[in-house]
Write a protein that binds this ligand. Structure first.
Ligand code: MSP
Length: 510
């Protein structure tokens, strides 16, 4: 048993939540649920990033104050996560007083440690990225990500001495090979550092929508500088109930690949400057693409793609909550880009859920009803499925532990396929009632129980329903995985319920 502090990026509230945001949040949720199942003391943080030019512009465009706009949009994120069954322990908003207090104390510590100084900033700025570019790093004066013309900015700003941390960051990467995963993303982050680090401007006077700089009236912190500190706010940095020592050594940031530089270069340097260790681990994931394009809000607004119009609830009302979660976790390995499509989700639903898991559940329940008077028999210790189940358990545990929901589900579904094949081979529906049919069905019931344990981080409601239908009390989340994921624990003698199909097949009109 250990501890696990997992965070998502906090989402900008310039617009509504979409499937790309759901991708990150569902992955973080599944990992948090896995660690709870592991018996780890777990804390799962998500929330909204509410300052900055982009949000202020969105509020102005909609004719409301920034605070009113962020209240409204932040609530939509919370609703989306509630609809997706996201088990966050804390939902942070960067406009909360607790965050102002932590930001001011954290940056105050960096200031006191001598890493903040005043200078004039001249440069090119992209409001969509809320980030600066040099002429060289731009695409001929345009943002390399959003394609927009960059704005010339000149301001007297406070700067963070990022350049002072080049060596220490390099050493940290060398001595912590798993600081950033997967390796390709680690190499990308390390190459930023090798390329040389310039000091960065961390305050603004041109905008008022931000956290005030405590030592210089009229300045607010640059949105990224306040945003990163949310991970400290949530564990009470500098406040009553400071739990930094408890949680920080177990921190895992799950982030999209476009924000590597902030999380893997700036943020560890900021922590060092404040006298703290860098976060324990950053797991980077790729983008969900549609027709090869990222679901970027900005690009969608410019007419390039419309996928950002897909609200998570549009999908859940069509396919159900757990199938959407399953698809997001199963389709793409965490780290690579993945293609999102309606056909893809329908295909996964029909093959993995309806034809495999759903079919196994309904076949077993039907035959238990006809051959065993509705009472589920116990499995055999020496079942031919037992070694397959042990291998699947070991692989799934290893995959969940190493941030691979896709691998964990793949291993679990391998066992389900083998069990369906086992039923085909023995055809219990053709057998006469008695010990032989009981043996086959007991083994299959045990696989259903094990699959419910291994897949519960992905599909908590469906797995709880399987648990109930095979006659077990409580839920698969009640025992730790070490105890529950062991062949042979289905006790037998329980009433099995057939119920409606778990996943009614979706008809595909040719
Ligand atoms: N507010 C910053 C993060 C600050 S964290 C201290 C931000 N917000 S965002 O709303 O633009 O994006 C947040 C995250 O949403 C991305 O890092 C990524 O994890 C996720 N995604 C947004 N679009 C996505 C896809 N198309 N595909 C996968 N993830 C996507 O950046």
């Amino acid at each position: 048993m250990g501890r696990f502090y997992i965070t998502t990026p906090i989402y900008y509230v310039n617009d509504a939540p979409h499937v790309g945001h759901a991708y990150t949040t569902v992955n973080a949720d599944a990992l948090a649920r896995w660690h709870r199942l592991r018996g780890d003391e777990t804390r799962f943080l998500t929330g909204t990033d509410e300052h900055g030019q982009k949000v202020a512009d969105a509020a102005a465009k909609n004719g409301v104050s920034p605070q009113e706009w962020t209240d409204r949009t932040s609530a939509r994120f919370r609703e989306a996560w509630d609809a997706l069954g996201i088990s966050y322990d804390d939902f942070i908003r960067t406009t909360e007083p607790r965050h102002y207090e932590t930001v001011q104390k954290f940056l105050g510590a960096i200031y006191d440690n001598g890493y903040i100084y005043k200078d004039v900033y001249r440069g090119l700025y992209c409001v969509s990225c809320e980030d600066y570019y040099t002429l060289e790093s731009s695409d001929q004066g345009r943002c390399p990500i959003h394609g927009r013309a960059l704005t010339e900015m000149e301001e007297e700003n406070w700067f963070f001495r990022l350049s002072a941390f080049e060596d220490r960051l390099r050493e940290h990467y060398e001595s912590h090979p798993d600081f950033v995963t997967p390796e390709t993303k680690r190499n990308e982050a390390a190459s930023f550092i090798r390329g040389g680090l310039r000091d960065i401007s961390i305050t603004r006077t041109s905008i008022a929508w931000g956290v005030p700089v405590p030592w210089d009236e009229g300045h607010v912190f640059y949105v990224w500088y306040d945003a990163l500190i949310n991970y400290m706010t949530a564990i009470g940095y500098g406040r009553d109930g400071d739990e930094v020592a408890t949680w920080w050594p177990f921190s895992h940031h799950l982030i999209g690949k476009e924000i590597i530089r902030f999380h893997c270069v700036w943020w560890p340097a900021m922590c060092m400057a404040a006298g703290l260790e860098p976060p324990h681990h950053v797991q980077v994931h790729g983008w969900l693409l549609m027709g090869g394009q990222k679901l970027s809000k900005t690009m969608a607004a410019e007419g390039a793609v419309k996928l950002t119009d897909i609200a998570p609830v549009t999908l859940t009302s069509e396919f159900g909550v757990d199938p959407v979660r399953y698809y997001l976790l199963r389709e793409t390995s965490l780290g690579n880009d993945g293609e999102f499509s309606h056909e893809g989700i329908t295909h996964r639903y029909n093959t993995d859920l309806a034809n495999n898991l759903g079919n196994l559940m309904s076949r077993v329940a039907t035959v238990v009803a006809t051959k065993c008077a509705g009472v589920g028999p116990a499995p055999r210790a020496d079942s031919e499925l037992a070694p397959l189940a042990r291998a699947a358990i070991a692989d799934a545990v290893e995959a969940w532990d190493s941030f691979s929901p896709q691998g964990a589900l793949e291993s679990t579904w391998r066992l389900l396929s083998a069990t369906n094949a086992y039923l085909e081979e023995h055809a219990p529906w053709k057998m006469a009632p008695g010990v032989d049919v009981e043996a086959v069905l007991g083994d299959a019931l045990e696989v259903l129980r094990l699959a419910a344990v291994l897949a519960t981080p992905a599909m908590p409601a469906v797995c709880a329903e399987i648990w109930r239908r095979i006659g077990l009390t409580g839920s698969p989340e009640d025992a730790t995985v070490d105890v529950a994921a062991t062949w042979g624990l289905y006790p037998g003698g329980l009433v099995v319920e057939k119920g409606e199909p778990l996943f009614p097949r979706i008809r595909i009109d040719a």
